[in-house]
Design a protein around this ligand. Structure first.
Ligand code: ZN
Length: 144
């Protein structure tokens, strides 16, 4: 082997939680986004964020956020894959690197959309808590 040594891998423990951002454009897609939101609420213990009908933060398109703990990922993300109704969904980890979380380490379901990375910190300072813990605000009763 030649060249520069590889860095040590980052640890899964660096991922505090995940977000899924469900984007919509126009009233028809907003309706589909609402359908997804209601079905998620019925099935998963997650934190549903407010509707953002205007672009906010790095997001150029209206959306809402679903925050969820790491153990929810293997059920929620596959569910979103087959139930996203054609909408674009950004799934990103929450670590101490918000820029990388959104622009380097994210995955997209459906169409990839542009993000404005300029508003995202490259690295949180030690002890800085920009990532709020997930506060579940759903009460699921249905099987996914
Ligand atoms: Zn997010």
């Amino acid at each position: 082997m030649t060249g520069t040594p590889h860095p040590a891998p980052r640890l899964l423990a660096e991922i505090a939680s995940y977000h899924a951002h469900v984007y919509f454009d126009g009233p028809e897609q907003r309706g589909l986004a609402g359908w997804i939101r209601d079905r998620v609420a019925e099935r998963f213990p997650v934190q549903l964020g407010r509707w953002h009908d205007k672009p906010v933060g790095p997001h150029h398109r209206p959306m809402y956020q679903i925050a969820f703990d790491v153990e929810i990922f293997p059920r929620l993300v596959p569910w979103m894959m087959i139930n996203r109704q054609g909408l674009s969904v950004l799934v990103h980890p929450n670590t101490d690197s918000p820029y990388d979380d959104h622009l380097v380490h994210a995955l997209w379901l459906g169409e990839t959309l542009a993000l404005n990375g300029d508003v995202l910190p490259r690295k949180l300072k030690a002890g800085e808590e920009l990532i709020d813990p997930v506060v579940v605000n759903t009460a699921p009763t249905k099987n996914a």
